[in-house]
Write a protein that binds this ligand. Sequence first.
Ligand SMILES: C[S@@+](CC[C@H](N)C(=O)[O-])C[C@H]1O[C@@H](n2cnc3c(N)ncnc32)[C@H](O)[C@@H]1O
Length: 240
Amino acid sequence: MRHDLSTRATEARELMDDPAADIGMLEHTYRRFRLVNALVSRPGLLYRREIRPRARRGPIRILDIGAGGGDVCRMIAARLRRAGLDAEITALDADERAIRWAGDHDDGAGIRYRCAFAADLVAAGEKYDVVFSNHVLHHLTTAELDGLLRDSEALVGVGGVVVHRDIARTRFAYALYDAATWVFSGTLFRGSFIREDGLISIRRSYTPTELASLVPSGWTVRFGLPSRLELRWDKKARHA
Ligand SMILES: C[S@@+](CC[C@H](N)C(=O)[O-])C[C@H]1O[C@@H](n2cnc3c(N)ncnc32)[C@H](O)[C@@H]1O
């Protein structure tokens, strides 16, 4: 089926967001996020550009909003450990099923797992050096996106940064993901929502122009390969 990608498919809902979703399939989806993220999300870039330089100046605090299965946090924790750098990492998700699964699969990474919204951390006065998310923006309504950006700004200390990363909605991304996941639909991705939800996610995602038109001033939107969006905000001293 050829979908119209000229506008966001906001009416389409990811199966994993359904509270009644099959728990076995959901957990297999969290398990497979690791592979998908390693292939498309380029978490090493986030580590090298934003996390390592700050951690080299001293211990830092990192927050992952909408951490899902927690694999990006675990990858960052492993890299920091190998580099002998110190950080406290919090994986936050609004879905207790994700937090339970991620906590059960910490594998000694030492990450703090919390089932909460970013607004709860703002209310608690928490501050971080790096706040990020991956594949969360397209899940949100416009009002929720605005709330997330305001909360992210409030959660960052001076010298810190917010980086929200997501898919960019392009025909290329859809065709590539469709082909790649079709090949593995009977093996690696069988019994998970990876293929179906990934295609819905691309249809729900923003183009760079759409996202740039929605964000408050001070935020920058960047397009990256293979079909990625990066939304960034630096906390300069003037924001203190
Ligand atoms: C597609 S998953 C991405 C998980 C992970 N970041 C990754 O890249 O694999 C989106 C996650 O965002 C979570 N989420 C959606 N809206 C949220 C919000 N407002 N606050 C916190 N988590 C949220 C969902 O529960 C889900 O686990």
